[in-house]
Design a protein around this ligand. Structure first.
Ligand SMILES: [Zn+2]
Length: 239
């Protein structure tokens, strides 16, 4: 399996690594990687691998077999052979927007405290779908709450808990469509705000900014109907 370095340090823009395997489809598996693998509504990272005598553009990182993270090449250029020492370089501008958006969606789930039925993160636009049979809020109210939560500049943090602890606290799972990442008996909890009185606390395997102030100005779109029960709220970043 690939050691997912982005779980412990979302801000690493480059990292050394060794090619552990090449998949039958022609993807590169590193021993450890900073490339986030597509999942949980967050796109896979893109960037470059650079080694002595070659380089490869990474189109997207995806999940592979047995905990591997597979870096898919953007073109037909030669791949680094197994055992090669490479430098991994993220497309940081894109990833950092994903981090700001992803953290903003956590705040959106606080601004709209209803079960989340779906979501998608993008560098330009992101959204959550809510189980909201009756429209109980307004775009303006959500915008005001988002502004307040961003301006609060709350710190974020992560903690690993045992699966049994999550099973005993099912209220922590807000997103019905994405089950928390399980495996090895542990679950990663992502917290926004202080440990003793968190603004948000939920299982998540994604990448987040260190403080909500880093998100910057969020623009909340109108509340759209998507089916009888579902309401969709999209957000964009003002810069
Ligand atoms: Zn998250």
């Amino acid at each position: 399996m690939t050691e997912p370095l982005f779980l412990s340090d979302a801000y690493a823009k480059t990292a050394p690594g060794t090619v552990a395997a090449i998949t039958p489809e022609g993807g590169v598996v590193m021993d450890a990687t900073i490339f986030y693998a597509k999942g949980g509504g967050q796109p896979g990272d893109s960037g470059r691998l650079v080694w002595e005598g070659g380089e490869m553009e990474v189109a997207q990182a995806v999940k592979g077999e047995g905990g591997a993270i597979v870096l898919l090449p953007a073109d037909a250029a030669p791949l680094p052979p197994v055992g090669t020492a490479v430098e991994q370089r993220l497309d940081w501008d894109r990833r950092y927007r994903h981090m700001r958006m992803h953290t903003a969606l956590h705040l959106l789930s606080v601004a709209v405290p209803l079960p989340v039925t779906g979501g998608q993160i993008g560098a330009e636009k992101s959204r959550l779908d809510f189980d909201m049979p009756e429209v109980t809020t307004t775009r303006e109210a959500v915008q005001a709450e988002m502004d307040r939560l961003v301006a609060g500049d709350h710190g974020t943090g992560t903690r690993w808990i045992e699966e049994a602890e999550l099973d005993a606290r099912p209220e922590l799972v807000k997103t019905l469509s994405v089950q928390p990442p399980r495996g090895a008996g542990r679950i990663r909890l992502v917290r926004i705000g202080p440990e003793e009185a968190p603004v948000d606390l939920q299982p998540c395997g994604g990448t987040h900014v260190a403080r909500t102030g880093e998100i910057g100005r969020v623009v909340v779109g109108k509340i759209e109907s998507k089916g009888r029960q579902n309401r969709r709220i999209s957000i964009t970043l003002a810069d």
